[in-house]
Design a protein around this ligand. Structure first.
Ligand code: KIV
Length: 281
């Protein structure tokens, strides 16, 4: 089966009988290969890169160049999944020209679409990117790039008025041309209201089961990121423990002389040994 295109993703509403969309983040070629082999529909080269790969405390530290570098690495794995790349903070806030140029950098690096955070304030930029024929995924609710404005990574839409604003924001994003929307960190009922209100798919993270798809961060679901464990993360593996154990056994083998074995080493032929005057052993 070929890659899912943005128009094909746009049509994937569970209420119309579609299967839920599966999205996972990846930031390099091995991660993209694993996601593709596992049958993910979309790979998100997320700006969570900053936190889970580059070790920062928030997502504000990555640049368009960082995102392009990692998008290109993902694309070189030629995954079967649709690649969507995050526009990082301040890459779509200054001017429409800069925004469109930055989106184009990510497409040239190998993305088939871009994602940006925010509601109604972002409509002009979304329209300009769509005008440049680049599909846009929206992202509302808990938007990590607004960490300082929100006063932390906090669940959004807990009050009735805030929930109504999220529904309005989703409708405006759909109207502006987004082909799907990530809904992050909102109560289950709010995610359901938003999902019912728009005819484009919602992809949830910490937004309950009523979205049209789900996304998790690669390092969270594989247990490679162990510092934080938000309640919405389900760990499908404990790779941090597995990798630590493997490296510990490697260290023991090196220190005891058990690694490398003769089978793991290259040897001179008998003739060359004789020519060098080295006795066989
Ligand atoms: O950057 C990211 O990983 C994201 C997901 C949390 C949706 O935006």
């Amino acid at each position: 089966m070929g890659k899912l295109t943005a128009p094909a993703i746009r049509a994937r509403k569970v209420s119309d009988g579609a299967e839920p969309l599966v999205m996972v983040t990846a930031y390099d070629a091995p991660g993209a290969r694993v996601a593709s082999q596992a049958g993910a529909d979309l790979i998100l080269v997320g700006d969570s890169l900053a936190m889970v790969v580059l070790g920062y405390d928030d997502t504000l530290q990555v640049t368009v160049d960082d995102m392009a570098h990692h998008t290109a690495a993902v694309a070189r794995a030629r995954p079967a999944a649709h690649i969507v790349a995050d526009l990082p903070w301040m890459s779509y806030h200054v001017s429409a020209e800069e925004t469109v140029r930055n989106a184009a950098v990510l497409v040239r690096a190998g993305a088939q679409s871009v994602k940006l955070e925010g509601g109604r304030k972002r409509l002009p930029m979304i329209e300009r990117i769509c005008d440049a024929e680049i599909p846009v995924m929206g992202h509302i609710g808990l938007t990590p790039q607004s960490v300082h404005a929100m006063g932390g990574f906090k669940v959004q839409g807990r009050q009735a008025e805030a929930a109504r604003r999220l529904v309005q924001a989703a409708k405006s994003l759909a109207h502006a041309g987004c082909y799907s929307i990530v809904l992050e960190g909102v109560p289950v009922q709010v995610a359901e209201m938003v999902t019912d209100a728009v005819d484009i798919p919602t992809i949830g993270i910490g937004a309950g089961p009523h979205c049209d798809g789900q996304v998790l961060v690669f390092h969270d679901l594989l247990g490679l990121e162990t510092r934080l464990a938000p309640k919405f993360v389900r760990r499908y593996a404990e790779l941090d423990a597995l990798a630590t154990d493997a490296l510990r056994r490697f260290a023991e083998d090196v220190r005891s002389g058990a690694f490398p074995s003769p089978q793991e080493s290259y040897h001179l032929s008998e003739t060359e040994l004789a020519a060098l005057g080295i006795p066989e052993f």
